[in-house]
Write a protein that binds this ligand. Structure first.
Ligand SMILES: CC(C)(COP(=O)(O)OP(=O)(O)OC[C@H]1O[C@@H](n2cnc3c(N)ncnc32)[C@H](O)[C@@H]1OP(=O)(O)O)[C@@H](O)C(=O)NCCC(=O)NCCS
Length: 288
């Protein structure tokens, strides 16, 4: 068992005797609006490690407030729009208590019908003006190419039988402790229990983790804005549940599980219940 001393993600300070043993001391819970500043802090420290972040937001150091404001608005949407997104927080448990170290955002709109909502305004605007941290041409290219790739590689093949991992981020001081894997594993348990696939556009750091957990690469996608030489690549990856079974059988199994009293993993119209061994008592009320 490896023991690691952890610093506080907000202050960088080392709590007295804050020792975490991995991986049993990583605890997951459903995120709520009160977690907004926490996930914002984790996201703004972790995401610059992903090349697409610097590609899309090359002026982030010059305009940190624009970056913070626009990211906060986006993350607020994740936490507020429960028909479309499910947010999970990983907390490390140590002698000093629980400390949030990572989060995952799942797009569950294929399960709930949440995608039929009117699309939100693009993220190029701050409340006052165009966000100055971003490169508009790259933002546009990113959005268009990934939308096309999503339709071609994910929607056409898996349709409503999938959830998409939208964001996975672990605070840099807490990486390699298993928090990212725990968050993805919860999705895998849900996928296995409900015969859904998981799709993701993976960064280089994410790709290693997903491969280890059984995701397969479908293709590599390169984003390049017109007239530029810079580009960035992501991998379209998918996790398929072990048993790809007929829709009717899946529905029967979901009904059986829903009778068994195990906690609900996702909220929404298609309530599918998670395996009972994945249970934390507080989830049930949080997800209902
Ligand atoms: C990807 C990320 C979420 C992983 O989080 P994490 O909590 O460190 O993940 P884990 O501790 O569960 O690591 C799982 C495995 O991923 C691989 N991995 C993760 N980070 C790695 C790194 N920096 N170098 C090499 N392998 C790495 C390893 O195989 C690791 O297993 P190991 O530690 O047993 O070797 C984190 O690195 C991160 O926030 N990166 C920046 C944002 C990003 O790229 N997100 C993914 C978007 S798709």
């Amino acid at each position: 068992m490896i023991a690691t001393v952890l610093a506080h993600p907000h202050t960088g300070a080392l709590p007295h005797s804050f020792v975490v043993e991995e991986p049993q001391s990583i605890i997951l819970r459903h995120g709520t609006l009160s977690d907004l500043e926490t996930i914002l802090h984790i996201g703004l420290t972790a995401m610059p490690m992903d090349p697409q972040w610097n590609y899309r937001f090359p002026h982030r150091r010059a305009f940190p407030q624009d970056q913070r404001d626009a990211t906060r608005r986006r993350y607020r949407e994740f936490l507020e729009d429960e028909r479309r997104y499910s947010v999970w927080i990983a907390e490390a448990l140590g002698a000093g208590g629980l400390i949030p170290v990572a989060f995952a955002v799942w797009d569950i709109s294929n399960l709930t019908g949440g995608a039929s909502r009117a699309p939100k305004a693009p993220t190029l605007k701050t409340t006052q003006s165009v966000r100055r941290d971003a490169e508009p041409k790259r933002m546009q290219a990113w959005k268009q190419i990934l939308q096309e790739a999503k339709a071609q590689y994910f929607q056409s093949e898996y349709g409503s039988r999938q959830i998409q991992l939208q964001i996975l981020a672990t605070h840099p001081k807490y990486q390699r402790l298993g928090a990212g894997s725990r968050l993805v594993n919860e999705g895998i348990q849900f996928a296995e229990a409900s015969s859904k696939a998981i799709s993701v556009f993976a960064s280089p750091m994410g790709r290693r983790l997903y491969s280890k957990l059984g995701f397969k690469t479908i293709t590599s996608i390169t984003v390049q804005a017109g007239g530029e030489t810079e580009s960035v690549s992501v991998e379209a990856m998918v996790y398929e549940p072990e048993y790809r079974i007929h829709e009717q059988v899946k529905n029967e199994q979901a009904r059986d599980r829903s009778r068994s009293g195990a906690p609900i993993w996702l909220s929404g119209t298609e309530a599918v219940r998670a395996p009972s061994h994945a249970a934390f008592p507080e989830w049930q009320s949080a997800m209902l």
